[in-house]
Write a protein that binds this ligand. Sequence first.
Ligand code: CP
Ligand code: NVA
Length: 299
Amino acid sequence: MIKNFIDLSNFNKKQLDEIISIAKKIKAKPQKFSSSCKNKTLGTIFQKQSLRTRLSFNVGMQKLGGNVIELNSKDIGFDNKRESDKDVLNVLAQYIDCIMIRNNDHKQLLNLAKENIIPVINGLTDYSHPCQILGDFLTIQENFKSYKKLKITWIGDVNNVLISLLHLQNIYLFNLNVVIPSKILKLKRNLLKKYYNNKINLLSDPKIGSKNSNCIMTDVWLSMGDKDKNKIKYFKNFTVTKEIIDIASKDSIFMHCLPAKRGQEVTSEILDGKNSVVLKQAKNRMYIQQAILLYVLKK
Ligand code: CP
Ligand code: NVA
């Protein structure tokens, strides 16, 4: 059976602990892993912009001794027009060992993975961003002795990063405040309900949601491919400012997957400030993805 990395909800705690533990080992002693992907090739397909995911997969794979080839989906005919997706996957599998895809259609990703031809890694879809959140969990573990009693607060939209955060919470059961503008909460309550448990609070007031929180996490109010520009007006008072960080716990960290819209979801003072771990998050993407590569490539 081919191993994929599509969503955190496909894994149990033991499996994710194992991936995180390998990421920690790679980070501590990178030279020990410098030929662990020798003669292996990762193909990447980006149907949307990417800086961090593109670079961290590319450099991460090279540091494991492997190769990377960036494939333009239109150029290779990955659109079911010239030939079927299944035929493309079957041919790709003759040359490369796994594929990372960033697209706007989670269902398409699921269908490609279902073909069971070559390992597929989710590099972000409209629905989820599991590599990001698993990397963020590594950053959280590096900043706190234990995640068990932590309170994490999400302030922002219902988007791909939040869905992966909810998947993670459902496995690790830390306290999570999800602070969403009330108009959006009304529309998305049914989707959010699927992930609800007694450690999750659904709120609409960022000040109440940040109280005593150990980690304030946010993201852009309008994700790539989201055309609903009108909703920006609902985010008044949702900017992460010094006032929000002051309400949070003294040891709180500020997290953002980046790219950020400075002055919108977060002020520059906070993004560049002492509580911010955003660059650490970007760096940890590489270690977690190296561990994910080792996981999907292991026979
Ligand atoms: N955080 C993240 O995935 O960044 P990119 O969109 O630049 O890859
Ligand atoms: N929610 C953002 C994440 C970018 C890494 C987006 O999808 O644009």
